[in-house]
Design a protein around this ligand. Structure first.
Ligand code: SAH
Length: 497
């Protein structure tokens, strides 16, 4: 893929991902020591009182009649305070309130309450009357100081409750203790001589410890141990690093856990055209994303420029993720990037990915090796250094009837490739497949003999060609009579084409 070095392209920084339209803005009100008005004495109003008091508010309840629930809520509030006024609210009761909550029976009462709150400049919620609400209450998972709130914008409260139960089951109760410990340790950490990067490393290790031991009791000894570990590792963190990450063939579910972790702690991501948007969505939101595109036949950034950019960023202390389609070590120029890191003394790591051949084989349900039919697998490039067919391919190895050959970047040279292979003894009747966009929603497969394939395989997008008797084992269920295959087994979240 060096052929395009004479039509260079400049690394482009992609704009940070934009926010999709948001039905509601979740905000977390600090109510400690603030007055909140609740109008109404019903059980529904009592539950709001309980919530508001739990958040530390001084709740003032106005109602002629108070339900049993309200009396209970007022008797022993979880925090804050509750004061019962056995009279109707008035405009004056709104004075100095942070929020106003009304449990109103009629729309007329709701409207009156809402407009009084608006005049007083107090955000207002009327229970079960969304038309008179400035805000709504979410379903809550409470691991204070860690709080999760869920809203469906009123569309599906039952659904929200079901999601709440799931999150409830997923978040160990002990996270409350870890979050509390984080709060207590924050100022102690600031007093150490750790730099910004060092402190970030501390919080990463803290998170790992919390996830590994969710129900533990974080203690001063844990803090000291984490701090020691951070100090040992901090010098490396200051220097920045490079992680070559395999993004797989496209389906984000094929990412490894380690790839996801690298994407989520990256400062900068240098990615290729082949990397799917769905994979990039896993990256840390604040990470800078730079397209250093390398396509087989379009303009590409010079490899030397990519190396220099990568090393330069790591030298300035950034955690660089070099994100490549498939596996970085298969036709990915990883060797040169690793050399550049070694020369510059930059710490690097490689996170393997699912290569296009593996992705395609899995989708088609065909094994690349087969006890009787294929004892060997070989990956060959159809695109040599100058863009032409490489002139040093061992054609007899391609002609071997006991091999499965996967040709990467085959598009420009497939006819020539086939000609050479058949001349060296490859049976033109050998089954073959061309697979474009393997594992992606737009995946397409053409099945034909290798003799016919160059006339048949005109596919859009990244494509590989498989040659060998195993190709006849491709999932017949999904191959149509004329040999064009369109997969029916769609992946979750993907549109059926
Ligand atoms: N490192 C990659 C290969 C990079 S070379 C890997 O391990 O898969 C680029 C070539 O890979 C493309 O020209 C195409 O031949 C192949 N390729 C990458 N992704 C593909 C996909 N989703 N479907 C089919 N071929 C793909």
């Amino acid at each position: 893929m060096t052929s395009m070095e004479d039509s260079p392209r400049i690394p482009v920084e992609s704009a940070a991902p934009r926010m999709e339209a948001l039905a509601r803005l979740p905000v977390f009100f600090a109510l400690h020591g603030k007055r909140v008005l609740v109008a109404g004495g019903s059980a529904a109003a009592a539950w709001k009182v309980e919530l508001l008091a739990a958040a530390g508010a001084d709740v003032e309840v106005y109602a002629k009649e108070m339900s049993e629930d309200m009396l209970t809520a007022a008797a022993a509030p979880p925090a804050g305070s509750v004061k019962l006024h056995r009279e109707y609210w008035t405009a004056a009761s709104m004075d100095g309130c942070a929020l106003a909550i009304g449990a109103c029976e009629t729309d007329a009462q709701a409207q009156q309450f809402h407009s009084a709150a608006q005049s007083a400049g107090v955000p207002c919620n009327v229970v079960d009357k969304p038309d008179y609400c400035d805000f709504s209450f979410g379903a809550i998972v409470n691991r204070s100081p860690l709080v999760v709130a869920i809203s469906t914008d009123g569309a599906a409260p039952v659904f929200a409750q079901a999601i709440r139960s799931r999150i409830e089951a997923m978040l160990p109760a002990g996270f409350a203790r870890w979050a509390e410990a984080a709060r207590n340790w924050r100022s102690a950490l600031k007093k150490t001589d750790l730099s910004f990067n060092g402190r970030r490393l501390f919080w990463q290790m803290f998170t790992r410890a919390a996830l590994q031991n969710p129900n533990g009791e974080p203690s001063r000894a844990d803090f000291d141990a984490l701090l020691d570990e951070t100090k040992t590792q901090a010098p490396a963190a200051e220097q920045g690093s490079v992680t070559l990450v395999g993004a797989g063939p496209g389906d984000p579910e094929l990412l490894t856990l380690r790839a996801v972790r690298a994407l989520q702690s990256a400062d900068v991501i240098l990615y290729d055209d082949l990397v799917s948007k769905e994979v990039l969505d896993f990256a840390r939101r604040e990470a800078r994303r730079m397209l250093v595109g390398k396509t087989g036949h379009g303009p590409s950034c010079k490899q030397s420029e990519i190396n220099a950019l990568m090393v330069g960023l790591a030298r300035s202390g950034r955690r660089v993720v070099r994100l490549k389609g498939g596996d970085p070590m298969i036709f990915g120029r990883a060797g040169e990037e690793i050399d550049a890191c070694r020369e510059a003394g930059i710490a690097f790591e490689v996170v393997p990915g699912v290569t296009a051949a593996q992705g395609a084989a899995s989708r088609l349900g065909l094994s690349l090796t087969h006890r009787s039919a294929a004892r060997r697998v070989q990956y060959v490039t159809g695109h040599g250094e100058k863009g032409a067919l490489p002139d040093d391919i061992d054609w007899r190895s391609i002609a071997d009837p006991g091999v499965t050959t996967v040709v990467y970047m085959p598009k420009k040279t497939l006819r020539q490739f086939t000609g050479h292979a058949v001349a060296a003894g490859l049976d033109p009747e050998t089954p073959a497949l061309a697979i474009a966009n393997a594992t992606r929603p737009e995946e397409q497969v053409v099945s034909a003999t290798i003799g016919e394939l160059p006339d048949r395989a005109m596919l859009e997008g990244p494509t590989i060609v498989m040659i060998g008797s195993v190709c006849s084992l491709a999932d017949r269920e999904i191959i149509q009579p004329r040999g064009n295959v369109r997969s029916k087994r769609r992946l979750t979240g993907y549109t059926v084409t």
